[in-house]
Structures are given as C-alpha cells and as structure tokens.
Design a protein around this ligand. Structure first.
Ligand code: ZN
Length: 379
C-alpha cells in the first residue's frame, strides 16, 4: 500500500474526537496455488449450502451486482434461510453515516499524496484513501470492497463497506471471549497434500503448520480454551472433513494455519490473514476462481466477527514478530472457510519462498513466538 507507512504515522498523531456509537441493528499478484486450501466440489454441493431458489434479488444497482436478501445459515446443523434485516444502500456520505451512528465526522488528513480521511470511534481509527480499496484500521492494512469516492465534495462509501467493514470495527463491541470456549485449530495440508516448501532445504509447509498448531494448543488450554486440532499427525484431511470436524466439535472459533509462497520470487515477504468475502463485495484475492459477489455462504453470517478476529490475530502476530503487513484480506474460494458456522479465518504467517522468512519459520523458537502471539490474541 503506497501510503501505509504514512497512514500509520498519521494514525499515531491524528487527533480525533471520539464518541460512542449508536446501537446498531443487528490486485496484488496471487500466491501459488498450493498454499491456500481451495474449495473441493463437495464443500458447496454435498451439504446444500447454497440454495439459488431461496435467493431473491432486490432492485439492481448500477455499480455492483444484485445482493440477495436471503442468507443461508445453520440451525442445529440444518441449513435454513433467514432474511437480511435491511437492503444495503449504495454510495453514502461518510459524514452522514457517521452522524447517524453518533461518531465523529471524518477528518481530511493534510500532507499526504493521496486525498485521505480519518474516522474514529472509541474502538480505534480508520484511514481511507479516495480511489483506493486499501485502508488501515489502527495502523493495520485492511481491504475495502470498493474505493471511496468524492461525490459532491463529500467522501462517500459503498453501503456494503459501511455495513461490513466500518460498522464492525467502529461501532460493534470488540470481540470478547467468555469461558469454556472451544476452538478448532487447522494445521494446513498433511499427508500427500504437502503444501509449499522451504526455498532453503525443501522441507514442507505441512510440517511447520502442524508444529505451530501443537505449540498453540497448550498455551490456549492454559487460558481456559478447549482445543481440537483437525489433524495431529502427518495425514491427508479433505477441506470438507476439516469443516465437518469443526461442526462436530461445536467449535466457537476456527483458525487455519498456513505458510505462504511466491516462488520463484524470493523477495515477497510478510503476513496475510484471510476471511470469507461478504456478500455483495469483490474479493481481494480470487486466484482465477469465479468470484460471485452475490454468493451467500454459511460463513457470511459471521462477517463482522471474522473481520474482528482476523484483525485481532493479525495485529498480535505483527506485534510479536515484526513481519511486513500484507493486510487482512477477503477471498471466497477458500474451502476450509466457506461452510464454517462460526467465526473462521486463515493465516499465512510468512513466505517459505523467501530465504530470510524460511529461516525463521524453520526455527522452533520462532514458531513458539508465533504460537504465543495467537494465544495472547485469544486471551
Ligand atoms: Zn498452505
């Protein structure tokens, strides 16, 4: 992001009038294909997670496709359709939205090459750039569905961004964890699905993801979590089985653990955290898969918590190891997230194709630091 550093500096210095929120009704080059679990056909077909007949569009709008008014969610493991509370408005003045939500008006940030605005609440500060989908939340890179525009001199956002990006961060209560909570950790790959490999010595991603998960487990258990791993040894597990495992264990959260690759590029580095793209919004990463904006997945019922969880873990990992921030991103094709009936994210904690990061990832001490960061974020 061109101005991420500047935005971070501005974030630290900017003075915002903070106020509580009104209560609310409830193209970067893609990494190589083996690093993120792609959807397997059964994920969308065998459990009947999408029901086109149940999807009724409201009036089409000019700049994005029709958004369904029906969401498919699970109730006692049975998919059911519920109505979305309200249709999503198109371009909306940020100032007007802020006033309606009883938070301070956006402030123009002087001295930046791109016209930028800061908007804050007691939860934190978001910085938006006119014409860019990239934004920051408390200094962490996030990705909007649509670039903000100046309309009649006022910074304006698409309604889906206000509802799915700004509201959960500026207005919703921060994510909190009660006692007796259950988490499923998902060490990526396994068995014949080796994942990517280290540029240094060819060791496989599947080995490092499993070790990372095993290091997180006791730390979380100390903090009162009940922890299950989708695999505890080097075995092949389908994406669907990982989702079914989380359902069978009544998981409150699902976190999939991966390491990245940009081979043959050895320079690319940093941390990426993914959640499912909200309905009506284009994805940050599509990797050649169809990106159907009107698709309504079970996990879309958790859009707000997904974003909050992703930011919580992403910022804790950045703080712990100082990796480059490649942002919290959205993708639709990730097989282990699509059918989840709980907040669910996927972390790509550095590049095994980058010699410096591969050396770190191969170090048990470093993986322990990554594990401690995850546990700290979920305290
Ligand atoms: Zn992977």
């Amino acid at each position: 992001m061109a101005s991420a550093t500047q935005a971070g500096i501005i974030f630290c210095g900017v003075l915002i009038f903070l106020a509580g929120c009104a209560s609310q009704p409830t193209t970067t080059p893609p990494p190589p294909a083996e690093t993120i679990s792609e959807p397997e056909t059964p994920v969308t077909s065998s459990l009947n997670w999408t029901n086109p007949a149940a999807v009724k569009p409201f009036a089409p709008q000019p700049s994005r496709p029709v958004v369904p008014v029906v969401t498919i969610v699970f109730s006692n493991k049975v998919p059911v359709a519920v109505s979305n509370p309200t249709p999503v408005a198109m371009w909306t003045s940020l100032k007007g939205w802020a006033a309606a939500h009883k938070i301070g008006s956006p402030h123009r940030l002087p001295g930046l090459p791109v016209t930028s605005y800061a908007i804050g609440s007691k939860n934190g500060v978001m910085i938006l750039e006119i014409g860019s989908r990239e934004a920051t939340w408390n200094g962490i890179e996030i990705n909007l569905g649509f670039a903000p525009e100046l309309i009649d001199g006022e910074v304006s956002l698409d309604g889906i961004d206000l509802q799915r990006n700004l509201e959960p961060l500026l207005c919703a209560p921060p994510l909190a964890f009660g006692t007796n909570r259950i988490i499923v950790l998902d060490p990526g790959h396994g068995g014949s699905n080796v994942g990517t490999h280290s540029v240094l010595d060819g060791r496989f991603e599947k080995e490092f993801t499993l070790d990372w998960a095993k290091r997180i487990k006791p730390l979380l258990e100390t903090n009162g979590w009940t922890v299950f791993l989708t695999r505890t040894r080097d075995v092949y597990v389908t994406n669907l089985d990982r989702v079914v495992f989380a359902e069978a264990h009544h998981a409150d959260l699902f976190v999939s653990l991966h390491f990245n690759s940009a081979a043959p590029d050895t320079k690319q580095a940093g941390l990426e955290t993914y959640c499912i793209t909200p309905t009506g919004m284009p994805s940050t990463l599509t990797r050649g898969y169809e990106d159907n904006w009107s698709e309504n997945l079970p996990n879309n019922a958790f859009d707000a918590q997904n974003l909050q969880l992703a930011l919580k873990l992403h910022s804790a990992l950045l703080r712990a190891v100082g990796m480059e921030d490649r942002g919290v991103r959205r993708a639709r094709f990730i097989g282990v997230l699509r059918g989840q009936n709980r907040p669910a994210i996927l972390i790509e904690a550095g590049y095994l194709s980058n010699p410096a990061e591969a050396r770190l990832i191969e170090s048990p001490e470093y993986r322990q630091k990554l594990a401690e960061a995850v546990a700290e974020a979920l305290r």
